[in-house]
Write a protein that binds this ligand. Structure first.
Ligand code: SF4
Length: 631
C-alpha cells in the first residue's frame, strides 16, 4: 500500500536535538534542503497496490539511500549498516534518532519494483532538470561516450554453456520434481549435479566429444519435457530449449542417414565416431571424422559396417520426441536419438551466452572479450559552465553500436528539452550517416569520422589514395543533392545520374583521359571499357569531408578534443560509482544500476557546486566585513 512521507519533523532529528552536530557546510544540509524535498513520491505511487499490504517505507528515504549507496559504492547490507550509524544520512533524510532502520531486503525489493518501468529514468530527468536550471548550466555543448558494463558471469565457451544450462535446469527439476529428476538423470551422459563442477575443458578433443554428448543430453531433456504442463513453463527449461535450438540442429533422418556416436579420438583433435542408422531397422557402424566445431566428414568407402538391431528406431524417435504429459511417464531413449549437429555459428536473434543472464551478450573490443552490456552516458561540456551534469544515460546489449545509439540519444535529449547545438563524440559515433542525421535535426555532430586512419603523416603522404572529398562538389541547399563539379585532375564529369535504386550517384568521366591521368592509380573512379565511373553517396561524401576537415585543420582537432573529457565521465561513473560491473542478472536491473549511478553522480556534483558557492559567499562576506572594519 502506498503511503506518502509525513512532512512532520521530529524533535529527535539530529540537527533539532543537537544543533550544530554537523558542520555548517556538511553535504547533508544541502541534500536535506535541496534534493530530498524534490523527490516527487507521487510518481512512484503506481508501483504499489492501491489498498492492502503493509505500508511502505518512505519512498523519499529509500530513494535517498539508493543514491547514497551508489555515491559511496556500498552494497545492500552496507547501506543498512550505514543508515543506522551515520548522522549525516539521518540529517539528509530527516530521520529521527531511534528510527534509523531499514532492512536491506526492503531496499532491494524497492529497487526491483523500479525495474518494471521508466520511473527511475523520470527521476533522473526531473532532478537533472532542477540542477541544470538552478546552476544555470548551458546544454549547447554536450559530449557522449560509451563503456562496457561487465556482467558478473564468466565468459562461457560452448562447452561451459551447455554444461551450465543443463545443470541449471536439473537443479530446478530436482527441487520441484525430484521423482522426475531421478528418472531422467540415468538417461544423461553424466551426473550434472555433482559437487566438483568445472565449466572448462582444456583438452580440445575431449571438449568436442563432450559437447556432442551434451547436445544429445539437451535434446533428451527438451523432448522429454516440452509437453509437460508445468515444466515447459520453467524459465530454466525455456532457456535450455533456446540454447539447443540456437546451437544445435537435427539432421533430417533419411534412408541411409547416420547418427554419429563417438568411439575414439585421433591424434589431430578429430574424433572417430560410430554411426547408427536412423529410420530403418539396421544399425550401421561407421568411422566418421568430426572437426572440433562439429563438422562431419564423409566416411570413407568400405568403412561402414552393418549390424542388426531388434527394435524399430523410427517408433522410438517418435516416442522420445513426444515428451511428457504427466509426472508419471518418461518416454525417452538415448538409443533412438536422431543425428544432432552442432551449428558452426549459433543462430537466432538474441544468442544466449549464459543461462543465468539470457540478456548478456559477448562481444570483442580489440583483443578483449567482453560479456555484459554497453553503457552510454552524455554530459554537458560547455567550458563556460561552472559545473557539468549528465544529461542522458542508457544501457544496451554489448553488441549495440555507438552509431546506432547516437540518434536515440539525440531524440531523448530533444524530448527532455536539452537538445545540444554541438554534440561531441569519438569515431564510433561519427560517420557520414550520423553526421547527416544530426544535421537534419539541427545538431552539429563534432568528431573524427569512423573507419579512417587518424595518422596525419599517412594523410599527408603523396601516394595517399584519393577519396570523394578530393573532388570538387556542390551540395544543393534544398534537395541536399550532391553534384560533382570536377575531379582532382580538374576534369569535369561527362554526365551525372542517380542509380536506379536512387541511393548512389554515378558520375562518368572520359576513360581515355583517366587512363593517362597522373592520379589514375590513386583515384576512386572505376575505369571500364567505355567510360570511367565514380560511384558515391551523400553519406560517403559527408564522412570523407569530415575526415579531411579533421586531418587538415588543427583548430578543428582542438575543437574535437573537448570530447576527451567524456572519458573522465566514464571513469567517474564506471569506477567511481561502481557501474563498471553489473551487480544484477537481468538487463533491466543493470540499466537501473546505471541510472542510479548517473543520479548519484549528478547529486554529488550538485552538492559540491552548492558547497563551493556557499564557501565563496562566506569568503565574500568576510572580505566585506574586513573592508568595512578598515574603513
Ligand atoms: S583518374 Fe580520371 S577522374 Fe580520376 S583524377 Fe584522373 S582524370 Fe580525374
Amino acid at each position: 500500500m502506498y503511503k506518502s512521507t509525513s512532512p512532520q519533523l521530529s524533535f529527535l532529528e539530529p540537527e533539532i536535538l543537537i544543533p550544530g552536530i554537523l558542520p555548517k557546510d556538511d553535504w547533508s544540509h544541502i541534500y536535506e534542503e535541496k534534493v530530498y524535498p524534490r523527490i516527487d513520491e507521487d510518481k512512484f505511487k503506481h508501483l504499489y497496490k492501491e489498498k492492502g499490504g503493509a505500508p511502505n517505507k518512505s519512498i523519499k528515504l529509500l530513494i535517498s539511500i539508493l543514491i547514497f549507496m551508489i555515491i559511496e559504492k556500498l552494497n545492500w547490507r552496507e547501506a543498512e549498516f550505514h543508515f543506522q550509524r551515520r548522522i549525516d544520512w539521518l540529517n539528509a533524510t530527516h530521520t529521527a534518532f531511534g528510527e534509523a532502520s531499514v532492512d536491506y531486503t526492503t531496499l532491494f525489493k524497492f529497487f526491483q519494483r523500479l525495474e518494471k518501468d521508466e520511473t527511475a529514468y523520470q527521476l533522473f530527468k526531473e532532478l537533472t532538470k532542477i540542477f541544470i536550471e538552478e546552476c544555470e548550466v548551458s546544454v549547447k555543448k554536450q559530449r557522449v561516450d560509451s563503456f562496457f558494463m561487465f556482467g558478473w558471469l564468466k565468459i562461457l565457451s560452448r562447452y561451459g554453456l551447455f554444461k551450465e544450462t543443463i545443470r541449471n535446469f536439473l537443479q530446478a527439476l530436482r527441487k520441484h520434481k525430484p521423482g522426475l529428476y531421478e528418472k531422467i538423470k540415468g538417461e544423461l551422459s553424466r551426473e550434472y549435479l555433482e559437487k566438483d563442477f568445472d565449466l572448462t575443458e582444456k583438452d580440445k578433443a575431449k571438449a568436442t566429444r563432450k559437447i556432442r554428448e551434451m547436445a544429445q543430453d539437451l535434446y533428451i531433456l527438451k523432448t522429454a519435457f516440452e509437453n509437460h504442463n508445468q515444466i515447459e513453463h520453467y524459465e530454466s527449461f525455456q532457456t535450455l530449449v533456446q540454447v539447443f535450438d540456437q546451437q544445435c540442429m537435427i539432421k533430417e533422418p533419411s534412408e541411409g542417414s547416420i547418427e554419429k556416436e563417438e568411439i575414439g579420438e585421433d591424434c589431430e583433435g578429430q574424433i572417430q565416431v560410430s554411426a547408427r542408422a536412423v529410420g530403418t531397422n539396421e544399425e550401421i557402424k561407421s568411422s566418421v571424422k568430426i572437426h572440433p566445431q562439429g563438422e562431419i566428414k564423409e566416411p570413407s568407402e568400405g568403412s561402414i559396417e552393418k549390424e542388426e538391431i531388434g527394435e524399430d528406431c523410427e517408433e522410438q524417435i517418435q516416442a522420445s520426441g513426444g515428451g511428457l504429459g504427466t509426472d508419471e511417464e518418461i518416454k525417452s531413449s538415448s538409443k533412438s536419438l536422431p543425428p544432432i549437429e552442432i551449428r558452426e555459428k549459433p543462430e537466432g536473434e538474441k544468442i544466449i551466452s549464459s543461462p543465468h543472464n539470457t540478456d548478456a551478450a559477448y562481444t570483442k573490443k580489440r583483443n578483449q572479450k567482453v560479456v555484459g552490456h554497453k553503457g552510454f552516458v552524455t554530459e554537458t561540456c560547455d567550458p563556460e559552465n561552472k559545473v557539468q551534469f549528465i544529461t542522458d544515460v542508457n544501457l544496451e546489449r554489448a553488441t549495440h553500436s555507438d552509431a546506432q545509439e547516437k540518434s536515440r540519444i539525440e531524440e531523448r535529449l530533444e524530448n527532455n528539452g536539452w537538445k545540444p547545438e554541438s554534440f561531441y563524440g569519438d569515431a564510433g559515433f561519427v560517420n557520414g550517416k550520423t553526421i547527416l542525421e544530426s544535421k537534419e535535426k539541427g545538431i552539429d555532430l563534432v568528431g573524427p569520422s569512423s573507419g579512417r586512419s587518424q595518422s596525419i603523416e599517412n594523410f599527408e603522404r603523396e601516394d595517399r589514395p584519393l577519396d570523394i572529398a578530393d573532388f570538387k562538389v556542390e551540395i544543393d541547399d534544398k534537395s541536399k543533392e550532391l553534384k560533382i563539379l570536377s575531379c582532382p585532375n580538374k576534369e569535369k564529369p561527362l554526365d551525372q545520374e542517380r542509380s536506379d535504386k536512387g541511393d548512389h550517384i554515378l558520375a562518368h568521366f572520359d576513360k581515355d583521359i583517366c587512363t593517362q591521368c597522373p592520379f589514375c592509380n590513386r583515384c576512386p573512379v572505376k575505369i571500364g571499357k567505355n567510360t570511367s565511373t565514380l560511384t558515391v553517396t551523400e553519406e560517403q561524401y559527408a564522412g570523407a569531408a569530415r575526415h579531411h576537415q579533421y586531418m587538415e585543420s588543427a583548430d578543428y582537432r582542438k575543437e574535437c578534443s573537448i570530447r576527451a573529457g567524456a572519458e573522465s565521465l566514464v571513469n567517474e561513473i564506471a569506477n567511481g560509482h561502481g557501474a563498471r560491473k553489473s551487480k544484477h542478472k537481468t538487463e533491466a536491473r543493470s540499466r537501473l544500476q546505471l541510472i542510479f549511478a548517473s543520479i548519484g553522480c549528478n547529486v554529488k556534483r550538485y552538492i559540491r557546486y552548492m558547497v563551493e558557492c556557499a564557501q565563496d559567499q562566506v569568503k565574500v562576506q568576510d572580505q566585506v566585513e574586513i573592508v568595512g572594519a578598515i574603513a
